[in-house]
Design a protein around this ligand. Structure first.
Ligand SMILES: [Zn+2]
Length: 382
């Protein structure tokens, strides 16, 4: 999807890979949205992408994540704004547009920095009036549905690019709306950090694209843009924030090394070893109560890599009272608040929300106060 050349064979093949991020009120015995998935890394431009795409109607039919309500969402917004301020603090901004703005949490935090801020997201449809506030305007829909009335000085796009089927087309549409000095601030997961940390559990059906430093450079140059700066949030899946603008004959971005098949496979081997150790440790606890902690959106993926070990836990504890009584599709296990579990001191707990290190650290600290007999962390990176 970036350089237009054939990528070569799949690096990883995931048979019967389950759909994640969907909770339900019913016990769901039937597997849903399960299909053979492949992970490809282009040998020409180092871009990672999935081989197959699940219909987006299933993907976003009941999306629960709201940025403002989660610790990770709040912390990552703060990181994003602190970084963004380096580039906009001394600028007068007339119009800021955020694509995929979720519940407008970020725009409301920076509402004093611009005259008008427009948030665009299909999840806002029908709730525009209720959510708009002073100079922050909600627009339900996609970028192409909205008339912006002016060219933005700043485009923000956070945690969206990885979900887009054709990222180059999408970027082009956004860039076309900007003027010569518009800044574009995009955040998305970075393949280089995924590999450094051996986090193959961060590959899932909803993330269609896995940009590497090399493929970012290729796509920006192709679209006539230059990378102004970037930073990496190591607490949030090693996501990258890039700042870019139209190049207009300015300097070329420096070179980044290309990811090879050998890089991917050596890290995958370590990931598999990690999963194997966790699986075996859990198998020693057979017949005893073992609780999961954290009913994370992506838990069915971890369960997949642990060959069903999560589905055999006593239950998953979660601090979010709204998740009580909910269930996953593709993972048959109860979710309960921690205060409904009465034998924690005599039990083992496995940390099951491991996507963001913000979460992992906070949860370990909370869990330690309850003194479980042992805490298992499936990927031993803290
Ligand atoms: Zn390529």
């Amino acid at each position: 999807m970036v350089c237009g050349k054939r990528s070569g064979a799949a690096m990883l093949e995931m048979k019967n890979f389950p759909m994640t991020e969907i909770y339900t009120r019913e016990v769901c015995k039937q597997k849903l949205g399960v299909l053979d998935q492949g992970f490809f890394v282009c040998r020409h431009c180092g871009h990672g992408q999935l081989g197959r795409v699940i219909d987006v109607k299933l993907q976003y039919g009941n999306y629960h994540f709201r940025s403002g309500q989660s610790v990770t969402g709040q912390q990552s917004a703060k990181f994003f704004i602190d970084y963004l301020d380096k580039f906009i603090a001394d600028k007068k901004l007339d119009l800021v547009v955020e694509i995929g703005c979720n519940d407008l949490y970020l725009l409301k935090l920076i509402s004093k920095r611009a005259k008008k801020l427009v948030g665009i997201d299909p999840i806002l449809k029908g709730r525009e009036k209720e959510l708009s506030e002073n100079n922050v305007i909600a627009q339900g829909g996609y970028l192409e549905d909205v008339s912006l009335q002016g060219s933005p000085d700043l485009f923000i796009c956070k945690d969206t690019l990885e979900h887009v089927a054709n990222p180059k087309d999408f970027l082009k549409k956004v860039i076309d709306q900007g003027h010569s000095e518009t800044l574009f601030a995009f955040q998305f997961p970075l393949l280089d950090t995924l590999l450094d940390a051996g986090r193959f559990d961060q590959i899932f059906h909803q993330h269609l694209n896995y940009f590497s430093m090399h493929s970012i450079k290729v796509v920006l140059e192709d679209l006539g843009c230059e990378l102004v700066d970037f930073t990496i949030n190591h607490n949030l899946w090693g996501s990258i924030i890039i700042i870019f603008r139209k190049a207009a004959g300015r300097k070329k971005t420096k070179a980044f090394s290309l990811i090879t098949r050998k890089d991917v496979m050596s890290r995958y081997k370590v990931f598999r070893m990690n999963m194997e150790v966790t699986k075996q440790r859990l198998s020693f606890l057979k017949g005893k109560n073992v609780y999961g902690y954290g009913a994370a959106l992506m838990l069915p993926v971890l369960d997949y890599h642990l060959d069903g070990a999560i589905g055999r836990l006593t239950c998953i504890m979660d601090d979010d009272i709204n998740k009580k009584g909910l269930r996953y599709i593709n993972l048959d296990v109860d979710i309960k608040p921690m205060n409904e579990v009465h034998d924690l001191e005599r039990s083992a707990v496995i940390l099951t929300a491991i996507a963001s290190l913000y979460n992992v650290r906070a949860m370990l600290s909370k869990l330690s106060q309850h003194g479980p007999r042992q805490i298992i962390v499936p990927l031993n990176t803290l």
